[in-house]
Design a protein around this ligand. Structure first.
Ligand code: R5P
Length: 281
């Protein structure tokens, strides 16, 4: 067995191969003059673990090319961050079910699929294969335990409440959720909720930080209510449109994510939990 990864999941791919004690395939990536992607792999094995986050169009195409390059092998696929999973419904007439389109494309040529905190587990059915979705709640909780003594853990909406609960279990901390209404892709409204956050260190936790709008709006409200410090932790640090700066400017004292998207603030690794989950896949 060997591990192979796209350019977008190089660090996590190497960590998974170390965890599993198996070889890592060297891959060279380049582009043709017209912009088409090209790759060439080193020697692959009969059994392959293919790792690639779908962070955008090039990441998706690279992943499809990699799966095809491994077409002689029996492949298990790890999608650490599955982009497009938020478009999992037809919200307006004429819209695609993007999550389904991506799921069907990557499922071709693999035996099973492992995802990490996929935005909605319902998306898994579109793969049409055995799947396992793991959560980094415990790992993020363990990281926060090394940084804070008694934080309050807040989810920005009720959809992330269970995730906040799992993180809070690590230190037996208080947790709750805020009331969020999304107005547009960039704008959210956070309705005041009276929480016992005055004088406390607050960590807002979410699966994805994209524009940072959700967390920044929450931070404004929490500081108005007297929070001592506000921090953010997520699984997938998308950080689009200068989101990290936006959060720092909004007074967020620290922002961390995992290596499902490889960032300078990727303090938590998915390698351990993914390696374990692969035995069920
Ligand atoms: C939405 O349901 C997700 O869980 C996140 O709350 C959302 O993607 C965050 O987006 P943004 O950082 O753009 O507010």
């Amino acid at each position: 067995m060997k591990v192979i990864s796209t350019e977008y999941s190089q660090i996590l791919g190497a960590r998974i191969s170390q965890r599993l004690g198996v070889g890592l395939v060297d891959v060279r990536f380049s582009k043709f003059p017209d912009g088409e992607l090209y790759l060439r792999t080193g020697a692959i094995d009969e059994e392959m673990i293919v790792v690639g986050s779908v962070t955008g169009s090039d990441a998706l195409v690279q992943l499809l090319l990699l799966i095809d390059a491994c077409s002689e092998s029996e492949n298990r696929l790890v999608i650490p961050y599955m982009g497009y999973a938020r478009q999992d419904k037809q919200f307006k007439p004429g819209e695609p079910l993007s999550a389904r389109a991506i799921a069907q494309a990557v499922a071709n040529g693999v035996r099973c699929i492992c995802t990490v905190n996929i935005h909605d587990e319902d998306v898994m059915r579109h793969f049409g294969l055995p799947t396992v979705n793991v959560s980094l709640g415990k790992d993020i909780g363990a990281y926060l335990k090394s940084e804070f003594s008694n934080p309050i853990i807040l989810a920005p909406d009720d959809g992330a409440r269970y995730f906040a609960e799992k993180i809070a279990e690590s230190g037996n901390w208080e947790f709750d959720h805020l009331e969020k209404t999304r107005i547009s892709g960039e704008l959210v409204r956070m309705d005041p909720k009276n929480l016992r956050t005055a004088g406390r260190d607050v960590v807002i936790v979410d699966d994805i930080i994209s524009t940072g709008g959700t967390i920044a709006a929450a931070a404004v409200m929490l500081y108005e209510q007297g929070a001592k410090s506000v921090h953010a932790a997520c699984v997938h640090g998308v950080f689009t449109g200068g989101a990290y700066t936006h959060l720092a400017a909004a007074g967020i004292k620290s922002v961390i994510c995992s290596d499902t998207i490889e960032r300078a603030c990727s303090e938590v690794s998915a390698a351990g939990i993914v390696s374990k989950a692969l035995s069920e896949c």
